[in-house]
Every structure is written in C-alpha cells, then in structure tokens.
Design a protein around this ligand. Sequence first.
Ligand code: SF4
Ligand code: SF4
Length: 425
Amino acid sequence: MATYQEIRQMWADIGMDLEKHDEFLNSFPMVFKEILLSQQNRPQKMNYFSNVVKTVHGQRPYELYEFKQKGGKIFGTYCVYVPDEVLCALGAVTTGLCGGDEFWVPGGESVLPRNTCALIKSSLGSRLDRTSPFCQLADMYIGETTCDGKKKAWEILSQYKPMHIMDLPQMKRDQDVRRFAAEIWDLVKIAEDITGNKLTAENLSRSIRLINDKRRALQRLHSTRQASPVPISGKDALTVTQVAFYDDIQRFIDNTNVLCDELEERIARHEGVAPADAPRILVTGSPMALPNWKVHHLVESSGGAVVCEEMCTGTRYFENLVDETPTDLDGQILAIASRYMKTNCACFTTNSGRVDDIIRLVQDYRVDGVIDYALQFCGLYSIESHLVKAALQDRGIPFMHLETDYSPADSEQLQVRIQAFLEML
Ligand code: SF4
Ligand code: SF4
C-alpha cells in the first residue's frame, strides 16, 4: 500500500491541480459515508469495494503509476463498446474515465453548452480541472461515435491527450458487425504501436477468457439479486459494477466471487437487506458513473429495493460473453465484434432489443416497477423512453420516467415522486 505522502507526490508528478483536487477530496468522504457506509446490514465482503472507492484517487492510480514507470501503457475509455480484450492482450491496462460527480460539471461547462448531459460535462471537467489521476495517467483516450455530445466532446478532449475514436455502427446488420470488426483491427494496430507488443491468438485467447471471467463474476453477483429478500442493496451492487471499470481485473474477479459466496449464504438463510415485501425496482437508462448513486439512494431511502440495472453500469456491461472457441485472430476479432454489437445502447436504430431485455429482466428479477432514468439533455434515452413506456404499459408493468443530473438540488422533489410511485406498487 502506498503511503499518503507517496500518493500526494504522484498527484504532483502527473500534473494534477493539487489545490483544486483537495476541494474534491474534502467533499467526497461526506457523500461516501452518507450514502454507502450508513447502510444497515451490509455484506461484510463489501469492505473490499468500499475501500477501493474510498481510495479511488489513491491506491489504484498509484498501481497504474508504478505500471507506467515500468513502461506499461494505459488506455482511458468512455464507453462499454471499447473492447478491453485486445488492449489487455497487448499488455495494456484500460480504465474507465466517465465522470459521475457534480464537482466536475462546472469545469465541463467552461467549454461545453450547459444543455449537455452531466456525464459528458463531468468527464471533460475532470480532465480540464486536472483533478482525475486516471485522466492524467492515461497514455491515450479512446472515444466512440455513440451520441452527438460525446462525438463533439472528443474533438475538445483531443487537444489534451492523444485520442483514438472508434466508429461505432448505428445499426446491427451483418455488414455492421463486420464493419465493427474492422474498427477493432484499427484499434489493434494503434495499440500495437503504442505498447510495442504484438497481438497473437494466444495472448488474445487468454485475455478473452479473463474478461469473460469478470463478466461471469458479475453475472453471479447480479443473479443473487433475483432472491427475495434481496441479499445486497442496489447501491452496493451498483458500486461493485462501477469498481469493475477501474480495478485490477483478477483481483476484482476474486473479490466479487468472495462477495457472492457471502450473498449465497445469506440467501440460504433467507437474510436480506430489505423486507421481503419491499417494492422491487429495475432502473434502466443512462449509465451511472462512480460516484453517482443518486437515484438508487432515493429509492432505497424511500423503502424500495433496486434489484437490477439495465444500463451500461449494469447488465449491458456483463450480460453477453465473447465466444471462446475461435482459435485464429480473424475469428477471435469477429467474435469480439459480435459480442459488443449485442449491447443495446439507445444510439442504435432500431433498438428493440433493449425493450426485450427490460421485459426479460423484469421477469427474471421479479420486478414490481421500472424507473426509466435519463440524464438531463440525454436525447437518446429520453426519446427512447416513449417506446419503453409503451411496451411496459402494454404488459401492465408499472413505469416511471425521470430526468435528472448530478446535482442534489432536485432530490427532495424526486423523492416525493419516487415515494408516490413506490406506494402505488
Ligand atoms: S449508454 Fe451508450 S454511449 Fe453511453 S456508455 Fe453505454 S453504450 Fe456507451
Ligand atoms: S448519458 Fe446520453 S447524452 Fe450522456 S453520454 Fe450517455 S448517451 Fe450521451
């Protein structure tokens, strides 16, 4: 474990704004304690994940800092369509860079219109303010052509760091999958140049299995939430998924499986974190980057239990595995492209697969009501809400749409609406 002095020296070495970063650090423990640590009857094995979050700008960045000093390369990513498999196979580390904190929003607004979603503003703000060690440590950022806000944000970000943008198809026909495979090949060439390593069928096969293992661990964790009473809060399950974007992969797998052992023992004892009759909620929509626990906290402090997230910080991150059977690079890259193109982001047209996913998850997780969450100014998820609502109403599944941002300003008003929704269930 690095000492505080060593970590502070690292922050200075990688060019962070220490004064501004101290302001961030001063506000973070309060949110963390109030929202995560204050929960009753938390699984004991959540301690590992709490510690990762508590030291999120310290211990993990320090590991990456040491990795870089030995010549390692780091790729910062903003979307679940970036295939970690190829970067990991080349010996690089990937780390999520999406901002989930209100602290960074003003920094983003210094270059972006206010009517941009909080995730984009926060992500850019953390880089412009120089208050995220992950942004500072990355050798390259990888963006993608998903929503308009992100596409334009990459042009600004590229002024600060080498940036590669993957052209994500907007439809899911066979030719689109093949086109995405070609995009992955382009990424391979760039990453080979940066890392100095060569992609082989052997190193890619190992990395496909490793990242599938991460998905399998998350699948196991989330399946425990199908139990009633639910053995882990939505806030804690969301935190584990958020940590998956940053942590060392094997250590994350090991700790997630240890947590699952504890949760499965809880299920055997019929022990839960909420009463068995608490309304079970599925949250769907825009992603919730660390430390955005706002909606989960409002639901759970109003007596509901969040049992599933159909979002990129939820099922979309871990549901589909890459086929492990191809043994040559062409077959492996096509298998990776096929897996990623199964992810149902609202940037695709048509995107009926997402509605099918929500309906399936409602059944699997015995959901009483769906909260459809869109970040303000997220056109993709706000517009798609119309179709989600119609499909759920047709099946008699209670539905509530809400739009919000990272600020606590609307929390009271949202809590009133959420309480009314839960009472109706
Ligand atoms: S919601 Fe779409 S754009 Fe955002 S992280 Fe997920 S896949 Fe990427
Ligand atoms: S939440 Fe919506 S607007 Fe924001 S980055 Fe994701 S898809 Fe784009």
